[in-house]
Design a protein around this ligand. Structure first.
Ligand SMILES: [Zn+2]
Length: 87
């Protein structure tokens, strides 16, 4: 009786920009192979709270193309590297 299959991770309106497949998987965590952490964007909300917002990815299940990288919360105060200081 369902008109559309419920596939929250695979909305049918998105297609791979490389092969036009609709087999995109959305919200894939981007991690390290040893599973000791994840790759993400550093932020500093407030004075002391440092964190890392993990990357999420949309991956084409047909050709393996990564459609985009994004974060779920774009509202952090991102840590910007100060290039005026010499490390
Ligand atoms: Zn593809």
């Amino acid at each position: 009786m369902t008109e559309k299959p419920t596939t929250p991770n695979n909305p049918s309106d998105k297609t791979c920009s490389h092969c036009q497949s609709t087999a995109l998987t959305i919200g894939v965590s981007v991690g390290l192979s040893a599973e000791t952490g994840w790759i993400g964007l550093k932020y500093k909300d407030g004075r002391l709270f440092l964190g890392t917002e993990p990357f999420l990815a949309e991956v084409c299940g047909s050709c393996g193309h990564i459609e985009r990288l994004y974060v779920s919360n774009p509202n952090h105060k991102w840590t910007i590297q100060d290039k005026s200081k010499t490390p």
